[in-house]
Design a binder for this molecule. Structure first.
Ligand code: SF4
Length: 366
């Protein structure tokens, strides 16, 4: 490969919601041991899912596949109310790792539908987040993806609200939102759009370097909405060649010039490092950071409750160490958990906060 330089977009990769969900599933596995069931892929990344399968997690797309009484986790994308009820009815220990930002949209749907609104929801057909959100008030919600879809909506007698999937591309959102505002001038929208900070930041980081790159490489799975949004944005920015890959094995061997590199919110940094190593740029990599991301989401409530009980039992009754040190949770990186969990299933120490594998030197940042 004759790549001169790699421009590394930052922020990239795991967001706070994905970090939380991965660590939560690892903790549930540590508390109960395999098998643990997970409704839908915990996050949309094949490698993350495969690692959990190797650890003893069984992923299901129908909650009826979970044997009664088995511990079960609901994925980060958010689940329909009937799925949550079905899981609870199994008599299982249920942990819902839905991202708080998706929960916020569910709440908005519930409140607006309760007030008699028609909801125009911008979301991708069949995406798990969209399916779960629409199930909150199916009789009130109308999914759209394009200005044409907005045009085709019927006239409504009721007031109208505009909500969105959190991981949309910025342009996808603004074009449809403009069409909806034109069609329904009185439309209600939240004070801040539903597009999440992680999606927005990753797109801004790509935009900051796209014009300097002949090729843009985006690490992430094809069913990851925010990854696909990055792919579309790179094309729109005029990159000659845009490649979405799952890992280094999918890199072509004819890359040259300056290459941009980023990763969707569910792709581990470990993969980015592997891709960077494979590209081996002659002049190294330059990281271009557009903002710092400090967001942190604590473990799901059900998991905190469970760990309090287990901790109390272990320390008071057995005099043993607690299974997971929650006070260290913030400092623990999900990528490190994925790498080390098999070797050390009941402990996560502060020292785990590190990248997995060394990347080529990153000499400059802007
Ligand atoms: S991409 Fe955004 S909405 Fe999705 S899990 Fe991450 S922070 Fe939450």
């Amino acid at each position: 490969m004759g790549v001169t330089k790699v421009l590394l977009a930052s922020p990239r990769g795991f967001c706070a919601g994905v970090e939380m969900a991965i660590k939560a599933l690892a903790s549930l596995l540590g508390a109960f041991g395999p098998p643990v069931y997970c409704y839908h892929e915990i996050v949309h990344n094949k490698i993350v899912v495969r690692r959990f399968e190797e650890m003893g997690v069984i992923f299901v797309d129908d909650i009826s596949e979970v044997p009664p009484g088995s511990p079960v986790m609901l994925s980060a994308h958010g689940s329909a109310p009937e799925v949550q009820k079905a899981a609870n009815d199994l008599g299982s220990y249920v942990v819902d790792s839905v991202c708080p930002l998706v929960t916020k949209v569910h709440h908005e749907v519930k409140v607006r539908s309760g007030k008699g609104y028609r909801i125009v929801y911008v979301g991708h057909e069949g995406h798990e987040e969209a399916v779960g959100t629409m199930a909150v008030a199916p009789e009130s919600i109308h999914r759209v993806e394009s200005p044409e879809d907005v045009e085709a909506l019927p006239d409504f007698d009721e007031p109208v609200a505009l909500l969105a999937q959190t991981t949309l591309g910025h342009r996808d959102w603004t074009d449809v939102a403009a069409a909806a505002r034109e069609r329904f001038p009185e439309i209600w929208t939240p004070g801040r759009s539903d597009l999440c900070f992680a999606t927005t930041n990753r797109q801004a980081a790509l935009e900051a370097i796209a014009e300097r790159c002949e090729t843009f490489v985006i690490v992430g799975s094809e069913n990851s909405s925010n990854t696909v949004a990055l792919e579309k944005l790179a094309k729109r920015m005029g990159c000659e060649r845009v490649l979405r890959i799952n890992g280094p094995g999918e890199l072509p061997n004819d890359l040259s010039g300056t290459v941009g590199l980023t990763a969707g919110a569910s792709a581990p940094e470990e993969l980015v490092n592997d891709v960077l190593r494979e590209i081996a740029p002659e002049e190294g990599a330059e990281e271009v950071r557009v903002t710092d991301e400090e967001e942190y989401f604590p473990p799901p409530r059900q998991l905190r409750d469970l760990l309090k009980i287990v901790t109390g039992f272990a320390t008071v009754t057995l005099g043993a160490e607690p299974p997971v040190d929650l006070s260290a949770d913030r400092r623990v990186a999900a990528s490190a958990v994925l790498r080390r969990f098999c070797d050390s299933p009941l402990r996560m120490s502060n020292g785990d906060r590190q990248d997995v594998g060394a990347a080529p030197a990153i000499p400059a940042s802007s």
